[in-house]
Design a protein around this ligand. Structure first.
Ligand code: AMP
Ligand code: ZN
Length: 463
């Protein structure tokens, strides 16, 4: 596979450290509110990337953090007189519901910042021992002047680096490179953790470095986010991690362009946003939303309008009409070698397009071409049963990446039953944390489990 590496500004072959196995970290949500569909543009693209790597034969281990301690969360907690958990719990639940709705494959792990404070303190201590930090007014800062390679990812001009100028806030500051906070001293009324630097809490950048290296190793293959993460967040992650370990932190960086509304970035602060729930309430099919979000190349901005939603809905409708026609089609016995070769050709084009820095238009083009060709074959009554099965298998392979085709109810039920079996196996192995995780996952999807003498039964929660 060829991908565009933000670090080198070049297309490069994807060659993970362990051949065939990509270790992949994606910056996750800050859970103080519902994610908006701009955020989901990034998460859906990361899902497309992961599924494309899998189609191209890679094994992928993916980690996505949940930022559950951060300025905005703290402000909300203090405003509402709630604990951090009380603020974040409903939005963590909503996040998992939303990614399931958008058919985003679950990452292997979703580490939460509040559960990894110890690792963050260790990292800050290592940086302190190595002379990269200083304390000021109860907080600990990273001195970027002490780290020679600062600015490599965003190609920052050295002159912009202001030695000794500090930034405390988790919010982005695009204009200046400044010493950034690793550990924030506790302020009146704020929650805090004890540390060698005093009672306080970790800065946002430190969270991602500590959690990514814990689960993927000191140096790993791939790190992604939206373009707004390049500077300062990812730049600071690199500085902290490489200063601490003396090793290369990440081999490939990839970033997606924003989702825009009327020429402006969709964002909470501008108020120009839709959540996924807003769109579902308007009656849009989640598959159409997914299709819209993934069908623009990731390095181009998506311009979101309700008209573009309408168009995506029509595309998905065309696919539904097609799969329904396949279900109803009375195929004669036999096979057609030429048609089957055509299926193989379109699948190969589809794969190759995605291997080419995720050329999603090329991939979607091959899918719709196959739809047209198959419709034409059915018009001529020239799609025999064995070839129909080959076509179905081909569509299934393509949909292992796109995930937009209608899924029969039985398939969904089978998946739920597989989850229940995995939970039973975990219980047997006395891995109760895993068993509870599966039960909670299912509960988040509205599936309720009941233990009966005949075994586990399940039903869908209504409403
Ligand atoms: P945040 O919760 O703001 O840290 O954002 C979570 C992820 O969503 C990050 O990877 C951001 O880069 C991404 N993101 C935020 N706004 C947009 C947008 N309008 N379009 C695409 N991605 C976005
Ligand atoms: Zn991050």
């Amino acid at each position: 596979m060829i991908i565009y590496n933000t670090m080198t500004r070049k297309l490069e072959p994807l060659e993970p450290a362990e051949p065939g196995h990509v270790r992949f970290y994606a910056c996750g949500p800050t859970v103080y509110d519902f994610a908006h569909i701009g955020n989901f543009r990034t998460y859906v693209w990361e899902d497309l990337l992961r599924r494309s790597m899998e189609l191209n034969g890679f094994k992928v281990t993916q980690v996505m953090n949940i930022t559950d301690v951060e300025d905005k969360i703290l402000n909300k907690a203090m405003e509402l007189g709630q604990t951090l958990d009380e603020v974040t719990a409903p939005f963590i639940e909503a996040f998992f519901e939303d990614i399931d709705t958008l058919r985003i494959k679950r990452a292997d792990r979703y580490p939460r910042a509040t559960e990894h404070v110890e690792e963050m303190i260790d990292l800050a201590q290592t940086l302190t021992d190595k002379g990269f930090t200083y304390e000021s007014q109860g907080s600990l800062y990273f001195r970027i002047g002490a780290y020679e390679a600062y600015g490599g990812l965003s190609h920052l001009d050295k002159r912009e680096v202001q030695d000794g100028a500090r930034i405390d806030s988790d919010e982005y500051d695009k204009d200046n490179a400044r010493d950034f906070v690793l550990w924030k001293g506790q302020k009146e009324g704020e929650p805090g953790w004890n540390s060698p630097f005093g009672c306080g809490r970790p800065g946002w950048h430190l969270e991602c470095s500590a959690m990514s290296m814990k689960y993927l190793g000191k140096g790993f293959d791939l790190h992604t986010g939206g373009v707004d993460n390049i500077f300062p967040h990812h730049e600071n992650e690199i500085a902290q991690s490489e200063a601490a370990t003396g090793e290369k932190f990440v081999r490939y960086w990839m970033h997606s362009a924003h989702l825009m509304v009327d020429g402006e970035k969709m964002s909470k602060s501008k108020g120009n946003f839709y959540t996924l729930r807003d769109l579902l309430e308007k009656g849009f099919d989640p598959r159409a939303i997914r299709f819209l979000l993934l069908s623009t190349h990731y390095r181009s901005q998506v311009n979101f309008t309700l008209e573009s939603m309408g168009k995506a809905t029509q595309e998905v409708q065309r696919l539904d009409d097609f799969t329904r026609r396949l279900d109803e089609y009375g195929a004669a016995d036999g096979s057609d070698a030429e048609f089957e070769a055509l299926c193989a050709k379109r699948l190969e084009e589809f794969r190759a397009a995605l291997a080419n820095d995720l050329d999603v238009s090329g991939a979607v083009g091959s899918l719709f071409r196959l739809v047209r060709e198959s419709n034409a074959a059915m018009d001529r009554e020239a799609l025999p049963a064995a070839s129909l099965q080959v076509l179905r298998d081909t569509l299934e392979r393509m949909d292992s990446v796109m995930a937009v085709l209608e899924r029969p109810a039985e398939e969904i039920d089978a998946e739920i039953e597989a989850q229940i079996e995995a939970r039973q196996a975990a219980r047997k192995a006395r891995d109760f944390a895993e068993a509870d995780r599966i039960r909670d996952d299912l509960a988040a999807r509205g599936i309720v489990l009941e233990d009966t003498p005949q075994g586990v039964r399940w039903k869908r929660r209504l409403g």
